[in-house]
Design a protein around this ligand. Sequence first.
Ligand SMILES: *Cc1c(COP(=O)(O)O)cnc(C)c1O
Length: 329
Amino acid sequence: MSLPISSHDVLAAAERLRGVAHRTPVLTSRTADARTGARLFFKCENLQRMGAFKFRGAYNTLAQFTPEQRARGALAYSSGNHAQAVALSARLLGMPALIVMPGDAPPLKIRATREYGAEVVLYDRYTEDREAIARRIASERGMTVVPPFNHAHVMAGQGTAALELVEQVREIDGGGLDLLLACVGGGGLISGCAVMARHLLPDCRIVGVEPEAGNDVQQSLRRGEIVTIHVPRTIADGAQTQHTGDLTFPVMQALVAEIVTVRDDDLVAAMRFFAERMKLVVEPTGALAAAAAFTGAVGVRGLRVGIVISGGNVDLARYAEFLAGTPMG
Ligand SMILES: *Cc1c(COP(=O)(O)O)cnc(C)c1O
């Protein structure tokens, strides 16, 4: 059976990203270990450039553009981390970028994307179809659309997070991992990480984590076909995808043992833990994988567990509200 990406693609992505992406730290916490009875290794992609792992996949994709594609530039439609990842990657590679964003996106995000040098085109999310707008502009200007997860180069780039995690865990104590936990939106992160982890640690179980309200991939894996859901109501805005993709899905079918879910309350409790105990700012989506270990949604007792903290971009006022809520256990 051949999958859309292999471990060679991830290793090639790591070469492209060398000296460009941060080799983000892997942190441990005695408190978290004591609470869970496990040995947890947190891969801190909240400390990645632009604040999330998305930089890896975007840069790996843009870096492989032909000279013709480079001249015309990259186009993305996103209100979140993917937009900033494409904008920053384009600036670093000296090509134009255009981002299609909803007019009611947080002004801070629009400004941040412009500050990375991208042109921002706003649309009305209630009356206009962003994919149609993106397609029209892309064809008018000859720009290349960069999808947020369903693309082999994006998936391979995201997999470099798992490559580093496995290397860094070895550097810490010489050991491997029994379990790898990663959040799942469209599945770009977990599919890249799963391919790499399976190659390096054939016995490592790979488990994905979705918000309870947005468990489209859990449903899809159970049913054996891609299921589409309504836009889920969850604070995990990076995992509000309605359906996975035809490239990510077969990788998850082949390599992901199961998908577990956590509730928004559990995300808030995990964000509080990271702030209080580990001095880490983690966005709600970034806390999904850790929350699954903390709540017992996935059994971790006695195991060595790699956990990807996927991002740290959260509006400060909202963040303060989250932290002011009820403390964790
Ligand atoms: C995009 C994103 C996700 C989801 O990643 P997929 O590759 O779509 O599964 C998770 N966390 C953060 C912070 C993100 O930006």
